[in-house]
Ligand binder design. Sequence first.
Ligand code: ADP
Ligand code: ADP
Ligand code: ZN
Length: 218
Amino acid sequence: MNLILLGPPGAGKGTQAEALAARHGLIQLSTGAMLRATVKAGTEIGLKADAVMKGGGLVSDDIVVRIIKERIAEPDCENGFILDGFPRTLPQAAALEKMLKAAKHRLDAVIELKVDDKVLVARISGRFSCSKCSAGYHDTFKPTKVRGVCDTCGSKEFTRRADDNAETVQARLMAYYKETSPLIGYYFAKGRLESVDGMGSIEKVGADIELAIEMLAG
Ligand code: ADP
Ligand code: ADP
Ligand code: ZN
């Protein structure tokens, strides 16, 4: 099964992708995480991406399409994947369609997570993740079970993203409305989209996503 999670920054894409990957044995493909890895590696592409991400804009289609294309071709993706943060523009969606067709992969479902802007800011402000295994947390909404210790791997080191600040969030939201939200119409017209209320608890949203997948792919 191949899925796309669509939604503004902080909507819960990463959180739900992590849970879906565990429940269904799928690979989570987060272009944000992949780009942060290239930034860390200090490559030329990483340097370019870093400046754009710090400003809350979108990295060029060429770069993200290339990264995703290479990743999808790896053997572990054959059993299915969840795209978290890709596509984010209409040209990226067109490129994805082409690469899925070429690899004879089908797109089973596109899930849009709907969350109010005010809540997005609260979610982003408290977000942190494990430095070792990348498990995602929130200061208030999803704290670690034992304070300062990762539930998943036991690590005591955590990171906060440089772009998770109030000013950058506004730019990221505008990029979402301008560049990414047209994808909702694009996938709806293809009969591939279901919208899910992302305002409830992590568990409730997860259950609603399962229902939406059943409707589209079942
Ligand atoms: P995205 O990948 O869409 O940017 P995340 O999955 O990283 O969003 O979620 C943003 C923050 O909000 C994280 O700290 C996460 O723990 C928290 N979060 C995710 N889903 C919910 C939810 N349904 N209710 C409350 N907090 C949530
Ligand atoms: P969030 O989970 O808050 O939506 P991501 O981790 O998905 O954020 O992305 C972080 C940043 O990486 C984005 O603000 C953007 O600059 C860049 N990025 C990630 N995915 C893409 C993409 N598909 N196209 C262009 N830029 C991207
Ligand atoms: Zn961990």
